[in-house]
Design a protein around this ligand. Sequence first.
Ligand code: ASP
Length: 627
Amino acid sequence: MRTLASQVSALEGKTVILQGWVLARRDHGKIMFLDLRDRSGVVQLVGSKSLGDAHPEDVITVTGLVKKRPEAMVNEKIVSGTVEVEIQEITVVSRARELPFPIDTDGREVNEEIRVKYRYLDLRRPRMAHNIRLRSKVVNFIRNFLSNRDFVEIETPVLTKTTPEGARDFLVPSRLQPGKFYALPQSPQQYKQLLMVAGFERYFQIARCFRDEDPRRDRAYGEFTQLDMEMSFVTQEDILTLTEEMFTTLIRLMFPTKHITQTPWPRLSHREVMEKYGTDKPDLRRDKNDPDELAFSWTIDFPLFNEQKDDDFFYGSGGAKFAPSHHMFTSPHPDDIPLLDTDPLKVRGLQHDLVLNGFEVGGGSIRIHQAEVQAKVFDLIGFSEKQKQEFSHMLTAFSYGVPPHGGIAPGIDRLMMALLGEPSVREVMAFPTSASGGTSVMDAPSAASPEQLVELGISVATLVNPKQGGGKAVYERIVGDIKALKLAFEPYEHEAVRTSEDAAKVRNTPLHEGAKALVLFADEKPVMVVVPGDRKLDMKAFKALYHVRDLRMATPAQVEDITGVTIGAVPPFGHMFGIPVYMDAAVGANAHVSFNAGLHTHSIRMNEKDYEKLAKPTIGEFSKALE
Ligand code: ASP
């Protein structure tokens, strides 16, 4: 029964039912105008004010008569601009509160954390809605283009084993095999190669990839989407030609205002671009102010290896001299195979990077398909026997008849960012992580409950194993965590102290600023309670507040068992030991907190709010003055 805004102009004289959101309301004397927005666009409604009090962003259902607008009133900016709908009946289906930010602007003036927190509202913004819809169309085009060319779309596992692309892995603990972990794939690289062994010959997937790397404007934190492709019996030339044809057609059909600087896309050797532009992703636009210019290029003839750096996070990192320039499955140039033994840094790889307006929007290669060459690369990048074992399934698979193969993986987020001229990939993702790594709308990462951790057979304490390293390990973990979050802190080294009073004295910090961490058993479960140095725990208040029947202090031996730290040096970070933290509200009244950080001789002073960020305590009132 429902009519869309985009359909009404053809329905003059008819009665229609419209449903959507109130975009705007204008009152003129007794008359009100409402703009109704649905997925197809906007339509103007007009009626007597007495019909009700619909307000912006309320959801309404309207029955009304479609009427032609007088010539002078035609609004070309909306899909239904030649008509308006005279309201006969209007129902407010659901009310909207005042929005946390305006959505009729392009949104760039709004703080991004807030936009991401209320992303479902941010996505009502025409710019964002347009970006997301266009992205869907682009993906749909790609699916059709490749399916028509015999490609098979195949999903590969997300819970898997490490597939290194040079970043840190995300790990997922296994419940069925406690103590073991899945890794989220940094790409489907190994599976797509295995699909070539399986004989599919042409594979693609709109694949989610996970890499624990710092966010940048061309890289959201954590995950991104790429068009992952692989083909058998192909040359590098085939891969480049197909990719070029696909994107050229896409742009011609879906971005008609855009123009491509140079076709065929220039292919530049790595050495040439480095010499000429000082980067392997040159921006070859002729006019950088032209929003419609798209300068694609290929960078090829990369060296197969770089010298290994600290931030090469794949297995074998650190020990060896060489790191793969692309990834460890990239084939050396056949002419250069002898150099693997003599001068590995001179070996060229059959790698190709796709560059658009100065961004790397994709990369790929012809793969190694000879087990002996793969084994040699494993050696050169410093794999131990154990690490080689981890990838032995590839060598095994290659022993059953492997076609020569290769592929590429253009990044969908980056491509959309460049095509839409957006300043960040987050503007083309529905639910991106915020710049600081929090998820959209939902508050992840968040703490797991002690019950969940037990069920998984892990305890966060294994990060700081109380049986290993003791207070020193705890201290290092705290400093590491603080630094990882880029928080400010003051470390102190002082004579050994055992009480809050002595600690405050040697540190020369006020007693009330001290965060005293006590370990207790609440109904048999260990908990940590944090109170200011000049106050003590009110056991009765705590029990009442948290409905605890039995509450008792842990003995010094139990404290050491749980934390690995001797009493008096326990830091207020129960989460490191897998126990929940309850913080007295009085701690939060201080601008700073000071505490012994695992060692009697080491303290840390930091901003109280930063402390809460780290320790994620439950906050309540349960302290009283020391008598
Ligand atoms: N696996 C590569 C990547 O994700 C792409 C490829 O080699 O096809 O960057």
